[in-house]
Design a protein around this ligand. Structure first.
Ligand SMILES: Cc1ncc(COP(=O)(O)O)c(C=O)c1O
Length: 367
């Protein structure tokens, strides 16, 4: 049996007619850059997140960058985030001219440790970016409390957390802005690159709309130096269709995760992911931990099972960020997580038979 890490073709087959019709409608109207299909998706996605505004963007990286720039983050500022994330979180900070400052994560969720936040704050700190890693929200109440006490913005990196909840509230709606990626493999994935920022601030939404469109208030009237960070029409149309299925797909992922947990809990040398009391985890990634990662992955690959690693090198140890002066041991929990994570196949269409096959493969390896 072959078990892919992700099967986007299976999902396309299940909604082919809807997707084909939506894409044809964009072509018929030649509404390719921004336009009504993007506007319709923005309205639906804002509602889904429980926010007043959603501003579509060209990618999740653009979304993070645009949220920071429009919030006034710039040269000389510091922005606190975590090292166990995709590098885009830190890049967005760097591309504002600001400095990424890392704090370590909590062992059980690999999300920002609120107890380590306050000591990282300086007079230069402008914002905090908690990352909702793998689809499980960071512990937002204490993070928000500390941020508010120090007058800091909170911008959520919800790029892996479409429909994830913190104490019943949607990820992305908890801080000043929430940034999403619709990279094809995400729980809500486009058919190309796309992203969005959600917020309840009209002023912030307005500024981001200008920024993504070369700082234009009206055609060829540029009030600020902006960028081309627009979402394209085909992505807006595809995402509108897929948003209607997102809850079913997230529930299917949750069921798959529960089955993995049932089959793998207690297997020697394997730690299954935990869902925090406060969380509704939507399992963008289902990552187990093991100290024998390489040999386990090789064993599974021989059986036709594809796995991934998210992410093998934490951002503070990347060459790109060597100027920050961190070394091994700077953030020990994040480093341990990065050394031990193995992401198992996870997508809504994964069958119970495939999950059992993966679990048997792991049990066979662990004895
Ligand atoms: C946590 C996180 N932040 C930011 C991004 C960047 O999103 P994009 O690839 O759409 O630019 C991603 C996407 O992989 C991500 O997982």
């Amino acid at each position: 049996m072959q078990v892919p890490f992700l099967d986007l073709k299976a999902q396309y087959r299940s909604i082919k007619e809807e997707i084909d019709a939506a894409m044809q409608a964009v072509v018929d109207q030649t509404a390719f850059a921004g336009g009504p299909f993007v506007a319709r998706f923005e309205e639906a996605f804002a509602k889904f997140c429980g926010c007043k505004y959603a501003v579509g963007a060209g990618s999740g990286t653009d979304a993070l960058w645009m949220a920071l720039i429009a919030s006034g983050v710039g040269p000389g500022d510091e922005v606190i985030t975590v090292p166990d994330t995709f590098i885009a979180t830190a890049e967005a900070i760097s591309f504002c001219g600001a400095k990424p400052v890392f704090v370590d994560v909590v062992e059980s969720t690999c999300n920002m440790d609120p107890e380590k936040l306050e000591s990282a704050i300086t007079e230069r700190t402008k914002a905090v970016i908690p990352v909702h890693l793998f689809g499980q929200p960071a512990d937002m109440d204490p993070i928000l409390e500390i941020a508010r006490k120090h007058g800091l913005l909170v911008i959520e990196d919800a790029c892996q957390a479409h429909g994830s909840q913190y104490k019943g509230r949607m990820a992305g709606s908890l801080g000043d802005a929430g940034c999403f990626s619709f990279y094809p493999g995400k729980n809500l994935g486009a058919y190309g690159e796309a992203g969005a920022v959600v917020t309840n601030s009209e002023a912030l939404a307005e500024k981001m709309r200008m920024f993504r469109d070369h700082g234009q208030a009206r055609k060829y009237e540029h009030e600020m130096i902006g960028w081309n960070a627009r979402m394209d029409g085909l992505q807006g149309a595809v995402l509108s269709v897929k948003l209607n299925h997102l809850e079913d797909w997230n529930n299917a992922r949750r069921q798959n995760a529960h089955l993995y947990n049932e089959l793998l809990r207690g297997v020697p040398g394997i730690i299954v992911p935990t869902e925090a009391d406060y969380a509704r985890h939507i399992y963008h990634i289902y990552a187990i931990r093991t100290s024998k990662r390489d040999s386990l992955m090789a064993h599974l690959a021989e059986k036709g099972i594809s796995c991934g690693i998210h992410y093998p090198v934490p951002v503070h140890l990347q060459k790109a960020y060597q100027d920050l002066g961190h070394a091994e041991g700077s953030f020990p929990v994040a480093e341990r997580c990065a050394a031990e994570f193995v992401s198992l196949p996870m997508f809504p269409e994964l069958t119970a038979e495939q999950i059992s096959f993966v679990a048997d493969g792991i049990k066979g390896f662990c004895g």
